[in-house]
Design a protein around this ligand. Structure first.
Ligand SMILES: [Zn+2]
Length: 110
């Protein structure tokens, strides 16, 4: 769900238990702590009896979590994220028709 991004080529870095990671794409070595984290989450949406799997990336995932009143400053575990999504009765999203990447998120106001 969460991966780190190469600071040189922006490609996904392999998970490592150490402090230094080498990018498999461009060979750049970097400190794990210096790489930015990227979150992505796939969610199944149901609309008019049609199921669509959409993908949240960093920006939309974080704005969804903020709508859910989740503190996004903490380190986000998969449990926290999944629970927040499951606790939300209604979530409106717009997504790109072809790529299924979520563009905007909002929740129903009561
Ligand atoms: Zn790289």
């Amino acid at each position: 769900m969460c991966y780190r991004q190469c600071c040189k080529c922006n490609k996904k870095l392999p998970a490592t238990p150490g402090n230094v990671v080498k990018c498999e794409t461009c060979g750049h070595r970097q400190k794990v702590s210096a790489c930015s984290s990227q979150y992505h989450l796939q969610a199944l949406l149901r609309h008019d009896d049609i199921n669509t799997t959409v993908t949240f990336f960093n920006d939309t995932l974080l704005s969804a979590l903020q709508l859910f009143k989740v503190d996004t400053k903490q380190s986000l575990s998969e449990d926290i994220v999944v629970e927040a999504f499951l606790n939300t009765p209604m979530l409106f999203v717009t997504f790109h028709k072809k790529t299924k990447v979520v563009a905007t998120v909002s929740v129903a106001e009561n």
